[in-house]
Unconditional design. Structure first.
Length: 87
């Protein structure tokens, strides 16, 4: 899990900092359960990227959760974006 922090943040304990490169990302909306997110990632790499003609750069892919994130307590459904750095 990652959260955005400002330059003044000082990590301690088991917390570490990681920078993510800027640039071009292919982002695919996801809406489903935690059990469905793995297959959704597979679809991004097996279908969406090849069909788009874009190539992953090998940098870390991200799940972007908006500040108004909601989880449906009854169904377990939530929304995010699956984002892959591309060239």
């Amino acid at each position: 899990m990652c959260i955005e922090v400002d330059a003044k943040f000082k990590p301690d304990g088991g917390v570490k900092l990681q920078d993510f490169a800027g640039g071009k990302y292919a982002c695919v909306p996801f809406k489903g359960t935690a059990m469905a997110i793995g297959p959704a990632w597979m679809q991004v790499f097996a279908q969406h990227l090849p069909q788009s003609g874009l190539q992953p750069t090998g940098q870390p892919a991200l799940e972007f959760y908006d500040t108004d994130f909601e989880l449906d307590a009854q169904t377990g459904v939530f929304s995010c974006e699956l984002c892959v750095p591309v060239a």
